[in-house]
Design a protein around this ligand. Structure first.
Ligand code: SOE
Length: 366
């Protein structure tokens, strides 16, 4: 049975800040959840007009105008350096927020966003969207049921190649706009969120090393990291290793998580999201997404029957629909909240501190 029970009860009026790739993904998800697409603010007025027409918004808006439109939800899809300030503005004008990661470029600002939301009685979510693949939910359900036993190790990586060459440029590379961490804040944060989401344990300490392979891009010096290797310890005693790179030739969005427990292992590969490998000393299996055989939480996120592949945009659609439902007061399990955004910032800061000190560091708690 296909279950589409994650539709929001009352579709909200929404606006989007930003006009790039993520604004497109968010707008498709908002449309899928039947939101009223009110206004969009891109980098300048003519760009806003183009994006509004292209994405089907009622009108373009300058940033300040958008905040004045009493929107139910503001999606923040702008460069990292303005996420926290725009989140605060949105909350101050009474809107719930869906803010792209990182929630802020430092934990002081991320904490301020959480405090403001709480004081205003508003909610926010952060798109750690890989949580919304049904086979991730299946891994989580099986792990929580004890099918893997006690967690021993985690072997995880997130590899991309879009910044492989010294000529590859993007605002994320510049620390003024992207923040002090690039590869880890951009994609390592997804990896940590996904691991902790599946196993329900927290990384308590880590030691990290990074490399900036290209010291200059586009004629300008680069201070943010291209590659990161991290050894981690979990509060519950397990250990693990994470490899994060945006210079891995041929890898486009290669997020992989393999956990090994005393009874079984599980491996999820984001580029093959219809499968989950479930390994035992005897009888290992490749599980396929089939709503008739999955846990309730995984089946809830199945948009189409078995054998009809679903993927990234479906995950994003479900995340946005769940966010809207949560904002409307409906309970939803496993939605990445502002606290999860803060958690990612704290882990990123621990990575940077470890690199600077060349030593193990404890991850600050929430
Ligand atoms: C680029 O590295 C990027 O688009 C990230 O910013 C996203 O968060 C990730 O989901 C895919 O890759």
């Amino acid at each position: 049975m296909v279950n589409v029970a994650h539709a929001a009860p009352q579709p909200p009026r929404i606006g989007i800040l930003g006009g790039g790739f993520m604004a497109r993904v968010h707008s498709r998800a908002a449309r899928s959840a039947s939101a009223a697409l009110d206004s969009v603010a891109a980098s300048n007025p003519s760009r806003s007009a183009e994006v509004a027409a292209e994405l089907g918004f009622a009108q373009p808006a300058a940033g300040a105008e958008l905040f004045a439109r009493s929107l139910d939800v503001i999606h923040i899809c702008t460069p990292n350096d303005v996420h926290a300030a725009q989140s605060l503005q949105a909350l101050d004008t009474g809107s719930n927020i869906i803010c792209e990661k990182p929630l802020a470029t430092n934990s002081v600002e991320a904490r301020a966003v959480l405090a403001r939301a709480e004081a205003a009685g508003l909610r926010g979510t952060v798109p750690f969207v890989y949580r919304y693949h049904p086979m991730v939910r299946e891994a989580r359900a099986r792990f929580r049921e004890g099918q893997a036993g006690t967690l021993l190790t985690v072997d995880a990586g997130y590899l991309q190649d879009w910044l492989l060459g010294s000529g590859d440029e993007n605002w994320r590379v510049e620390s003024e706009r992207g923040g002090p961490s690039r590869a880890f804040a951009d994609i390592g944060s997804h990896l940590v969120d996904l691991i902790e989401f599946i196993v329900g344990d927290r990384i308590s300490s880590l030691v990290a090393t990074t490399r900036t392979v290209h010291p200059r891009r586009g004629g300008a010096p680069v201070t943010t990291e291209d590659t990161v290797a991290v050894t981690v310890e979990f509060a519950g005693g397990a250990i693990g290793s994470l490899l994060v790179s945006q210079l891995a030739p041929g890898r486009k969005n290669g997020l992989t998580v393999e956990i090994a427990g005393t009874e079984a292992s599980m491996r999820f590969e984001q580029e093959q999201p219809e499968n989950l490998w479930f390994g035992r000393r005897a009888d290992s299996r490749l599980l396929v997404r089939d709503p008739d055989t999955l846990s309730a939480d995984a089946a809830r996120l199945c948009e189409v029957p078995a054998g009809h592949p679903q993927g990234y945009q479906d995950a994003f659609n479900a995340f946005v629909a769940d966010s809207y439902a949560l904002f409307a007061g409906e309970p939803r399990d496993g939605v990445p909240l502002l606290a999860d955004g803060l958690r990612a910032v704290l882990i990123t800061e621990a990575v940077l501190k470890s690199v600077e000190q060349r030593s193990w560091v404890e991850v600050e708690s929430l």
